[in-house]
Design a protein around this ligand. Structure first.
Ligand code: NAP
Ligand code: ZN
Length: 350
């Protein structure tokens, strides 16, 4: 089925309109008419080929909310008319130990299939994402949305920014009695602040933007630190159980490992184009501290996060854009000039 979309044709050209083909819904497929799609910094990294391996044309977008418009014969869990979500994955092997544990993002049977830029038998041979009017996805990778319909645009960013912060916060035990830092108050970071607060942790937001200090308190941070101010940083030395770093650019990690308690962990979810400088080893060794990484979250945990956010009334803070404003949005995102997530109204593709 011919579907209107927006694509990058190369790493250096602006995104523009394109007609793509979506497969007819197979027996286990859900066809979704997309209402809203969030704009993740990973879309920018991929469209501008900052990571290896972008295939063009590239239709980004993996924070998708829409309405089911058709289901295959064997789909029992979803019905036409239902509001659903799709995040960063549309398939995985379903057989390996990770898939067996509901951790499809760590699939070792060939790796998960990304919502865009992943391998697929469908034309043109790689997946095309949510900057489009329609998508067809295996029912195992479709999520239920319990939020009120009036909030759907602000729910879309939960599908990546929400789960990418929820999963490590849960894994490393963020909760009452724990001091948790969130570094970088962008799309991921602002969700991290809201979720860590809702989990009951004492939350400290680290920002390089003086202008976000008051706003971070309103998001749920108990304290805010300008990470470029050495005195403000020193006041928190050796005090954190866990720090989640969402920064999309290469930077020195040592000022953050210095803030960890003994046995504390600094977990990286930001994936900058260029590597961070190698961290100093002494502060790690002398405090049995860890630097770790974390990738999105599995489908079951994504559903758990969506249900948790619906129950707690958590959505993203968004700025809605037209599809043809995407390149300006990317440029503003690079300057940290968004509070806190752009969301595309896909009706503007029409
Ligand atoms: P974003 O909205 O652009 O937010 C990144 C934030 O990092 C900025 O708002 C800014 O916050 C801070 N920052 C940017 N440049 C900085 C610099 N040079 N020094 C210090 N701080 C800087 O991006 P996002 O969508 O949240 O994504 C963040 C990163 O996570 C990207 O690399 C993305 O690809 C990655 N990601 C990873 C996963 C995963 O599964 N691991 C999933 C999704 C995204 P302040 O203004 O507060 O300093
Ligand atoms: Zn993302």
């Amino acid at each position: 089925m011919t579907t209107k979309a927006f694509a990058a044709q190369s790493a250096t050209t602006p995104l523009g309109p394109i007609d793509i083909e979506r497969r007819a819904a197979g027996p286990h497929d859900v066809q979704i008419d997309i209402l809203f799609c969030g704009v993740c910094h990973s879309d920018l990294h991929t469209a501008r080929s900052e990571w290896d391996g972008t295939q063009f044309p590239c239709v980004p977008g993996h924070e998708i909310v829409g309405r089911v418009s058709a289901v295959g014969d064997h789909v029992a869990a979803f019905a036409v008319g239902e509001i659903v979500g799709v995040g960063c994955m549309v398939d995985s092997c379903q057989h390996c130990p990770s898939c067996g544990e509901g951790l499809e993002q760590y699939c070792t049977g060939g790796g998960f299939v990304g919502t865009y830029n992943g391998p697929t038998p469908d034309a043109p041979g790689h997946t095309l994402g949510g900057y489009s009017q329609r998508i067809v996805v295996s029912d195992k990778f479709v999520l239920k949305i319990g939020h009120d319909e009036k909030d759907l645009a602000a729910v879309a960013p939960l599908l990546c920014a929400g789960i990418t912060t929820y999963s490590p916060l849960k894994h490393w035990g963020a909760g009452p009695g724990k001091k948790v830092g969130i570094v970088g108050i962008g799309g991921l970071g602002h969700m991290g602040v809201k979720i860590a607060h809702a989990l009951g942790a004492h939350v400290v937001a680290f920002t390089t933007s003086e202008s976000k200090k008051q706003a971070a308190l309103e998001l749920g941070a108990d304290e805010v630190v300008n990470s470029r101010n050495e005195d403000e940083m020193a006041a928190h030395a050796g005090s954190f159980d866990f720090i989640l770093n969402t920064v999309a650019a290469s930077h020195n990690l040592d000022p953050f490992t210095a803030l960890l308690k003994r046995d504390g962990t600094l977990t990286l979810v930001g994936v900058p184009e260029h590597p961070h400088p190698s961290p100093a080893v002494f502060p790690l060794v002398f405090g049995r501290k860890a630097i770790a990484g974390s990738l999105i979250g599995g489908i079951a945990e994504t559903q758990e996060m969506l249900d948790f956010c619906a129950e707690k009334g958590i959505v993203a803070d968004i700025e809605m854009i037209r599809m043809d404003e995407i390149d300006t949005a990317y440029d503003r995102m690079l300057k940290g000039d968004v509070k806190y997530r752009f969301v595309i109204d896909t009706a503007t593709l029409g």
